[in-house]
Design a protein. Structure first.
Length: 411
């Protein structure tokens, strides 16, 4: 036993877990490609300002959760806590705004947030981030939401809800915040310490508190939906109409907000209560001011972040499983001294696209056959210099010339 363990809040993705992991990530990549989203990878750490300027210094991410350090050159750097701001930075830095708009991008990458580890929530976790930058069309909002809804359907997840809201923009939100602030002043005795802290950074964030008593009280607070300007209301109505045309069911939640400052208008969240109290599996929304905060021209955008580990919990709750990875051919030897003669065959099988393996532990023939079973070999070859025996489960053993093994096994 080693004296070392994975750091708290991190986890290993073991070979036995990889089939389901690859089922999820592979399906996500295929679906993004079908919708015209292209892959992008950004660095694991960024200039701290990328997140402070866009997320808001008072947000939980910036205030409590970022892994920030000073490098040997005196620069303040932060491990990537979310995928949207780095992708927007890359969009600007590499002139993607000069390409046909919207630029549709996705990444599957690690994110880092310092918080108390919980089931399915890690300090280092994997996330699917999907972004469409450069279009204010409400149809792209609906497409992005429908993409994740389709991913859940393809993976076999059914017991989830889509929560939807609009949080307005810079035109209508200030007047609403004045009304909300006045209400919070009158009902300050109903707020707990978390709500007061969130209110101090941004009144809208009080709706993101976890305490059920406070949430019940906030149900009586003014709703942003009642204060939307005509443009925001028309945009939200169009988003809802597009989702209805897609056949995507949603639940309007007037208190749904996002925890980062750059969000505007459409806000959404997919939740699956089957995985526990922390039921969010995907969250996102529109961020029409983000690129401008990074130094670019005003540029609309929308995206979401979906935790892979959280989604795996949903699959577990649904009983979804993936086929274990197996090998195609295991070559067993009566005489270990024949291995030099066998290795060219193993290599030829691999060249022909077959997953092939051989014993490397000096096992007896019986032990080799047992090992082949552990590896799930579809075919076992008992190799002989002139004639070999091929065993397949559920079929009669077949004798064939050793020289013809590669061609006949490939067929």
């Amino acid at each position: 036993m080693t004296t070392f363990e994975a750091p708290r809040g991190t986890h290993d993705i073991l070979p036995s877990e990889q089939p389901l992991w690859r089922l999820v990530t592979g399906e996500a990549e295929r679906l993004c490609s079908l919708y015209g989203y292209r892959p992008i990878q950004t660095p694991g750490f960024e200039d701290t300002g990328v997140f402070e300027r866009t997320s808001g210094r008072g947000s939980d991410v910036v205030h409590k959760e970022m892994y920030t350090f000073t490098d040997r050159g005196g620069r303040s750097l932060t491990l990537r806590p979310e995928g949207t701001a780095p992708i927007a930075r890359a969009y600007l830095e590499h002139g993607l705004h000069r390409e046909a708009q919207p630029v549709k991008l996705y990444t599957i990458a690690t994110m880092y947030r310092y918080s108390a580890p919980q089931r399915g929530r890690y300090r280092e976790h994997w996330q699917l981030s999907v972004e469409a930058i450069g279009s204010a069309d409400p149809a792209i909002d609906a497409e992005l939401i429908q993409l994740y809804d389709e991913l859940l359907a393809r993976l076999g997840v059914t017991k989830y809800k889509l929560l939807l809201n609009s949080i307005g923009d810079e035109k209508c939100r200030p007047a609403y915040l004045e009304r909300l602030t006045a209400w919070l002043d009158e009902h300050e005795d109903l707020l707990d310490d978390e709500a007061k802290q969130k209110r101090a950074t941004s009144p809208l964030r009080v709706f993101d508190v976890k305490d059920e008593r406070v949430q019940a009280a906030l149900a009586e607070a003014p709703k942003i939906g009642d204060a939307l300007c005509d443009e925001c209301r028309a945009h939200f109505d169009a988003v809802k109409a597009h989702l209805e045309n897609y056949g995507v069911e949603f639940e309007l939640v007037p208190t749904l907000v996002r925890g980062l400052d750059y969000y505007t208008r459409t806000a959404f969240e997919f939740v699956d209560e089957a995985i526990g109290a922390q039921s969010s599996i995907c969250g996102g929304g529109r961020y029409d001011g983000l690129v401008e905060q990074l130094g670019g021209k005003p540029t609309p955008g929308i995206g979401f972040g979906a935790g892979i580990e959280r989604l795996l919990l949903s699959l577990e709750a649904e009983g979804v499983q993936a086929q274990p990875e197996e090998i195609d051919v295991f070559v067993a030897l009566h005489d270990a001294g024949d291995k030099p003669k066998v290795m060219p065959l193993v290599q030829e099988l691999r060249r022909r696209g077959l997953r092939a393996d051989v014993d490397y532990a000096g096992r007896s023939l019986k032990g080799q056959l047992t090992q082949a079973g552990r590896l799930g070999a579809k075919a076992i070859v008992e190799w002989g210099p002139e004639q070999s025996k091929v065993r397949r489960q559920g079929q009669r053993d077949e004798e064939m010339p050793t020289a013809e093994l590669a061609e006949r096994l490939r067929r």
